[in-house]
Write a protein that binds this ligand. Structure first.
Ligand code: MF3
Ligand code: CO
Ligand code: CO
Length: 254
């Protein structure tokens, strides 16, 4: 495993790309309403990213056919935008990764369509807390494993499970770089964090069992095995001299 330490110039580029990814999530809010398809949201995202002289990193990534991931309800991640019509009570994750001037920024968040159940609200709230708790561990000298350790502890406290089949990842010069950021790791394990490292923290929190199953037909959509809800938030994190800067946390919404 070799974790790249980014230069000041690279950091500035990744910061700009990350900001754009965050702005895209904000822009898309107006379209995440009952009656709209996930394909419409994909089109709006594609246009927004292009308009800002960037490209959506997901499009054609290992054959992924769309510009963003849209993951409703029991979909954990990697949902493919399509004819699915959003309805009142749905929850939806949108994941945007941008390439701006060759630099990558990666972020996702949850949206509620109309009035959602108190169970769904609680899950989304705890998933957001899990990301915050993971980010709190991002400081120089700390061990990478502590991010996942404290995320998992918080999720379990609320009776939820953490997905272990998908991880956070180094990001910036490529879509997925070292290190792999586990969201269930053991305390005080893994490499020490250093200023200039950039990686995502993106815990997926399940109401029921942690296991994922991949759709046999499309080869991408990852769903919970028990059909229960899943929620995820993601930020791109820079380790600084004193702690961290969440490069995609432009709006401080959760
Ligand atoms: N953006 C996702 C992540 O957070 C990866 C999506 S890969 C795709 O790592 F091919 F499904 F787009
Ligand atoms: Co990511
Ligand atoms: Co992402």
């Amino acid at each position: 495993m070799s974790i790249k330490i980014k230069t000041a110039e690279q950091i500035e580029g990744i910061r700009k790309s990350s900001r754009l990814a965050a702005e895209a999530l904000k822009y898309l809010e107006q379209f995440v309403v009952a009656g709209n398809t996930t394909e419409l949201i994909n089109q709006k995202a594609h246009e927004f990213v292009k308009m800002h002289n960037a490209r959506p990193a997901s499009l054609n990534y290992h054959g992924f056919p769309k510009s963003i991931c849209t993951s409703p309800n029991e979909v954990i991640c990697h949902g493919i935008p399509g004819p699915y019509v959003l309805k009142d009570g749905d929850i939806l994750n949108i994941d945007v990764t941008t390439i701006l001037d060759k630099y990558f920024g990666d972020t996702c968040k949850m949206y509620a369509i109309g009035e959602i159940s108190s169970e769904a609200k609680k899950l989304i709230e705890v998933a957001g807390q899990c990301l915050r708790i993971g980010i709190e561990q991002c400081r120089p000298g700390n061990r990478l494993g502590n991010i996942g350790y404290y995320i998992n502890e918080h999720a379990q406290k609320h009776g939820y499970s953490v997905v272990y089949e998908f991880c956070g990842h180094g990001v910036g010069l490529k879509f997925h770089e070292d290190p792999e950021v586990s969201h269930i790791a053991e305390k005080d394990t893994g490499p020490r964090l250093r200023p200039g490292m950039i990686f995502t923290v993106e815990p997926m929190i399940n109401e029921g069992k942690s296991r994922a199953k991949i759709d046999k037909v499309d080869g991408w959509t990852a769903r919970t095995i028990d059909g229960k809800l899943s929620a995820q938030f993601e930020h791109t994190i820079l380790i600084t001299d004193t702690g961290n800067e969440a490069l995609t946390d432009v709006y401080h919404e959760f």
